[in-house]
Design a protein around this ligand. Structure first.
Ligand SMILES: NC(=O)c1ccc[n+]([C@@H]2O[C@H](COP(=O)([O-])OP(=O)(O)OC[C@H]3O[C@@H](n4cnc5c(N)ncnc54)[C@H](OP(=O)(O)O)[C@@H]3O)[C@@H](O)[C@H]2O)c1
Length: 310
């Protein structure tokens, strides 16, 4: 069966990683059944509906993880299900811990369910995902701390999902990390490329960062045919994209005007204490079209799904 005949499902399709996955699946000719919590919210759906191939092969369904059985009819008849929907609990005393615990328990439950029901399950465990967002609303990880360590590009993560589905020998768990980068190194690189951001040169946790520096093997991941986008390219493309879309406003910009006219909450860079940009984190940030992009700062690269690739 070729891709054009295949029907797959992507849950949480409006999310950061899922939006790229839907784009790549459509590009490869799949018919994609997607779930969102509110199909009538254009902030969650418009960027998906305007993707190439969406008119013919994208289908939107309403589904909420807490409603038992509401995914059943959506996944019925699909050859593959990419499950990316997840709540991120921010109201807990230590949200990071609750999030990690929920992910661990969910993966354990998934392995049990797959075994009991003879489902061919592959789990992808990305590090901290960076790269240009497609969706008009920033996800919680982009707002909370950008960038981080254990970095991997969102486009590589999306592509890895497709490879894990299409390569029959794919199995078990895959850790997707291009590089574990010390925060201080990220800060230095950002200062080199973006001196006008006015970031400090030191960060609060720089010593701690050295202590837990480690590498993550890419041996198994190579079998998925991945060639990771270098972290510094991803970081620069993230910054360019956020600037271009008005999520990131440099010091000296007319913030009052930006907020007053456009109602634009904007993103601060939290590099473990190195912060210079006025920050008003919000997951409902909307783009500021008045910010001019700087395409010359974005390196040209040919990705596996680009037409420039043979
Ligand atoms: N981003 C990272 O750095 C990172 C790293 C490792 C693993 N991951 C994992 O990768 C997956 C996608 O992450 P992401 O960063 O793309 O997250 P995201 O942008 O927040 O997307 C998650 C999606 O889940 C949906 N969702 C949340 N609660 C839901 C519920 N109760 N019922 C149904 N749908 C719900 C949301 O859909 P609506 O839009 O419909 O509200 C949202 O679009 C998650 O499983 C996450 O744990 C992410």
């Amino acid at each position: 069966m070729n891709a054009a005949e295949k029907v797959v499902c992507v849950t949480g399709a409006s999310g950061y990683i899922a939006s790229w996955l839907v784009k790549l699946l459509l590009h490869r000719g799949y018919t994609v059944r997607t779930t969102v919590r509110d199909p009538n919210d254009p902030k969650k759906t418009q960027h998906l509906l305007s993707l190439d191939g969406a008119k013919e092969r994208l289908h939107l369904f309403k589904a909420e993880l807490l409603d038992e059985g509401c995914f059943d009819s959506v996944v019925e008849g699909c050859q593959g299900v990419f499950h990316l929907a997840t709540p991120v609990i921010v109201s807990a005393t230590d949200p990071q811990l609750w999030y990690m615990l929920s992910k661990t328990l969910a993966e354990e439950a998934a392995w049990r369910f797959a075994k009991d029901n003879r489902i061919d399950l592959v789990v992808l465990n990305p590090g901290f995902v960076i790269g240009p967002p497609l969706q008009p609303v920033l996800n919680i990880t982009s707002v909370g701390s950008l960038p981080h360590e254990r970095l991997v590009d969102v486009r590589d993560v999306a592509y890895a999902h497709i490879q894990a589905f299409e390569i029959p020998s794919a199995n078990g768990r895959y850790c997707l990390v291009e590089r574990n980068v010390q925060v201080l190194k990220i800060l230095k690189t950002l200062n080199e490329f973006y001196p006008t951001l006015g970031l400090q040169e030191k960060c609060r946790d720089q010593d701690k960062s050295v202590e837990y520096f480690f590498r993550i093997s890419q041996e198994k991941e190579k079998s998925l045919g991945l060639s990771f986008i270098p972290w510094d390219v991803s970081t620069r493309e993230t910054i360019e994209s956020l600037k271009e879309r008005g999520f990131l406003i440099e010091p000296g910009a007319d913030l009052h005007r930006a907020r007053g006219i456009l109602g634009t909450p904007h993103l601060g860079l939290d590099l473990h204490g190195a912060q210079s940009i006025p920050s008003n984190p919000s997951t409902s940030a909307t783009p500021n079209p008045s910010v001019t992009p700087n395409p010359s700062a974005t390196p040209q690269k040919c990705y596996p799904w680009d037409s420039c690739n043979p």
